[in-house]
Design a protein around this ligand. Sequence first.
Ligand SMILES: Nc1ncnc2c1ncn2[C@@H]1O[C@H](COP(=O)(O)OP(=O)(O)OP(=O)(O)O)[C@@H](O)[C@H]1O
Length: 279
Amino acid sequence: MSASGQVLRLRGVGARLGEREVLRDVDLDVPAGARLGIVGVNGVGKSTLLRILAGVRRPSTGHAELADEAGDLQPAVRIPARARARLLAYVPQEEVASAELLVGEMVALGRVPRTRPWARGGRREREIVRAALEVVGLGDRIDDPCDRLSGGERRRAVLARGLAQESPTMLLDEPTNHLDVAWQLHLLQTVSDRATTVVATIHDLDLALRSFDRLAVLGRPPGVHPETGPATVVAQGPPEEVLDAVLVEDHFGVGSVQVPHPHLPQSHLLIHPRKDTSA
Ligand SMILES: Nc1ncnc2c1ncn2[C@@H]1O[C@H](COP(=O)(O)OP(=O)(O)OP(=O)(O)O)[C@@H](O)[C@H]1O
């Protein structure tokens, strides 16, 4: 953690992919201990933003900083990959399961930043891998080939690799994809319990409302092309304030209403088609 309490900081970040300007002028602060959800429509640039935060993509403009082991904010790409992986675990969206790897071997890759080559394969390392797999309900699949897992099981195994990394910050790209409802809740809770700081992209706005203490909405501001223009953070703050009906309609194209849960101290977001105002 830095002296300022920030673990990640973006200032004026832009991203270009090929000919396309995907992000422009993104400012984002992630304080230690935050649970930050990033929401936005398909193709708006959420994965690109997460890669920049993780230091695996260099921004085209601006600065992306990560607090190093001494707590000083540094350009994320300048921190060596192994040191960066001890600071944060990045769990990407989709991964092709390798037929060559066993599930336990794939999860053990999460241990590389923390172990010397001669320590790998040791009993303690195998216990850490097995424990991570047990947390995601796959303890008995440790010796199965990766390509024998279903989509949801593969998602859970990749999350287990992130957990096995034991990094204080976790960056997760759509962690709930392919998961049934019980696993969605269980895994978001598990990650929240184990990592000090969490940043995750998520499509389900209702789940986002309930699962994070802060949300950032990536959207296209007025004045840029509404489908292909560069996106920026158009709102950030407490989920119930951020996901107001006007913002949801403007940036997601649907109507919505927040309603209190009848038995729990939380709100839900009900989504409906937006009213046709053309008549
Ligand atoms: N190599 C590339 N060249 C040009 N455009 C690209 C390239 N890679 C991705 N894009 C485009 O960049 C935009 C942002 O992609 P990104 O994956 O960050 O969006 P996303 O918000 O995570 O999308 P989704 O919700 O669908 O996962 C998309 O419109 C995508 O088509």
